[in-house]
Design a binder for this molecule. Structure first.
Ligand SMILES: NC(=O)c1ccc[n+]([C@@H]2O[C@H](COP(=O)([O-])OP(=O)(O)OC[C@H]3O[C@@H](n4cnc5c(N)ncnc54)[C@H](OP(=O)(O)O)[C@@H]3O)[C@@H](O)[C@H]2O)c1
Length: 193
């Protein structure tokens, strides 16, 4: 899904669908996960061990159905993916813009209409690497915080599908705790203790 975009940015790209041997694609500097979230448990745990993995997936209730492992608002879906891919380093990014936006709205750094892409991850070096990738793809990286902060740009949030600049995304992140979804997440996290 991201292959054309990355190739246009001059990156070497290897892809794998569900019927391919994932070994070659997974032996990359960065692996982007873009499979239906309902199928995250089909991802190749061993081939992804030790790899920097970008989780670009979203849980769509309409498509995925009821999923107790994905429906808990206290846990970002990327934390769930990280728990499944325990040996990988998961960073959440590239999930909240559509493929059309990603393929058509990339701009050079400094362009006034350059859009932003939110990023969440637990390791500073990994987040920096993904930020550099986002920049190379034509978007301003906006670091939201640790992987748990990814709840602020999953569906349904203001950022998701917003087609926004970095400054607008920062404002949306600031007001997320006061949003309806933000309050649901806060209540669920308090309940978890
Ligand atoms: N579409 C967008 O604009 C967009 C933007 C940002 C993020 N996303 C996210 O990206 C994910 C995919 O969205 P999509 O619209 O591309 O869905 P899609 O059209 O249903 O495509 C899913 C692809 O994932 C492949 N796949 C499934 N399990 C796999 C596995 N274990 N290993 C390798 N490939 C596997 C499928 O291959 P087979 O056909 O061979 O099964 C299929 O090619 C979703 O989580 C979505 O939220 C989508």
């Amino acid at each position: 899904m991201f292959a054309a975009l990355a190739e246009r940015a001059g990156l070497e790209v290897r892809t794998a669908s569900s019927t391919d041997d994932p070994a070659e694609a997974c032996a990359s500097d960065v692996v982007i996960l873009a499979v239906p979230m309902s199928r995250y448990r089909t991802l190749p745990v061993e081939a992804l061990r030790g790899r920097l993995v970008v989780d670009a997936m979203n849980h769509w209730w309409e498509l995925d159905g009821a999923r107790p492992d994905l429906d808990d608002p206290a846990t970002s879906t990327s934390e769930t993916v990280q728990a499944f891919l325990a040996g990988s380093r998961v960073v959440k990014a590239l999930n909240h813009a559509s493929v059309w936006e990603l393929e058509n709205l990339g701009r050079p750094a400094g362009a006034p209409d350059r859009r932003g892409i939110a990023i969440a991850g637990d390791d500073a070096a990994d987040v920096a690497a993904v930020a550099a990738l986002v920049d190379a793809l034509g978007f301003d990286p906006v670091v939201a915080g640790p992987l748990a902060a990814g709840v602020a740009f999953e569906p349904p949030t203001e950022i998701f599908g917003s087609d926004a600049t970095a400054a607008q995304i920062r404002s949306m992140l600031d007001r997320f705790p006061r949003s309806q979804r933000g309050r649901v997440v806060a209540r669920a996290r308090q309940g978890r203790g």
